[in-house]
Design a protein around this ligand. Structure first.
Ligand code: NAD
Length: 277
């Protein structure tokens, strides 16, 4: 563990900070400020995507922080309309250019989009980008067990990460078990349920008893489950609050009480059908 918190091992031998900063829905013009503040606070991982239209802001935030590029773990994602052998490599090059870098730390397929049936050939291209050294690690996002099984069977390459919607109301036990069996790291998107989980009484009670905020309790729950987490905020005090989670531990009973909140309820789209281009 460093000042930036614990790092987890990926199945390709590299490491990822367990806590990162997500920039979905941060406006392009606000992104550099938010990223620079997160890096000043101590975060060393940023999660963006081509679809967020703020990769250039991420690059500017890193430059403004004064940190070296290699000190920040940058994840970006391939958008749905760029899937397929012809488009993937060009979309990757455009992301690199906006990020002002000649590599990314982690490149993900954003959604499987089963109706287009291109995710398996897209995965083959990510495997090539990894072999070329341009994507240090490769993974997927919003993949379900059948999608994971298919790409593993066809390519022989196990994704390092599957980034999925995961929070106390959607604990994804089955998918997490599959990840554990295959050495895929579970990365939680909307780790706070976009703020909605913070009003759960169980969480409020634990927060009050421990003199912590509900967000800190939820993020600590993720860390103890072994998830990578990427909370988002543009509010400087919340960016800092979400980072102060390494100096306490939830008891087994508290983890179990939070485990009872799982209702299998999504806040986001269903990966089996989501196909927005
Ligand atoms: P989140 O669970 O991180 O919630 C963010 C919201 O919670 C904020 O907008 C704010 O309203 C609130 N919040 C944050 N910190 C708080 C605090 N300390 N106290 C009170 N409220 C607080 O949701 P998210 O932004 O949807 O997800 C986080 C990141 O996950 C995104 O920025 C993005 O990087 C990633 N993501 C990925 C996908 C995907 O398909 N792969 C989808 C959605 C999000």
């Amino acid at each position: 563990m460093s000042d930036a918190g614990p790092r987890l091992k990926l199945n390709d031998g590299r490491e990822i900070p367990q806590l990162g900063f997500g920039v979905f829905q941060i406006r392009p013009e606000e992104t550099a400020d938010a990223v620079a503040h997160a890096l000043d606070t101590g975060y060393r991982a940023i999660d963006t995507a081509a679809a967020y239209r703020n990769e250039a802001g991420v690059a500017e935030g890193i430059a403004r922080s004064g940190l070296a590029r290699e000190d920040v773990f940058v994840t970006t994602k391939l958008w749905n309309s760029d899937q397929g052998r012809d488009h993937t490599r060009r979309a990757f090059e455009r992301s690199l250019s906006r990020l002002g870098s000649d590599y990314v730390d982690l490149y993900l397929i954003h959604w499987p989009v089963p109706s287009r049936d291109l995710y398996a050939e897209t995965w083959e291209v990510l495997c090539e980008l990894h072999e070329d050294g341009q994507a240090h690690s490769i993974g997927v996002s919003n993949f379900q067990i059948d999608h994971l099984e298919r790409i593993i069977d066809e390519s022989g390459v196990v994704p390092a990460v599957n980034q999925i919607e995961l929070h106390p109301r959607l604990a994804q036990p089955e998918l997490r078990r599959f990840h554990d069996e295959h050495e895929i790291l579970t990365e939680a998107w909307s780790p706070l349920g976009q703020g909605a989980t913070l009003q759960e009484k169980v969480i409020e009670d634990i927060a009050t008893a421990r003199e912590r905020s509900p967000a800190q309790i939820v993020l600590r729950w993720h860390l103890q489950l072994g998830n990578v987490v990427i909370p988002k905020s543009v509010t400087p005090s919340r960016i800092e609050e979400n980072f102060r989670i390494f100096d306490f531990e939830l008891e087994e009973e508290e983890m179990a009480a939070m485990g009872e909140l799982d209702e299998g309820r999504r806040t986001g789209p269903d990966p089996a059908t989501f196909a927005v281009a």
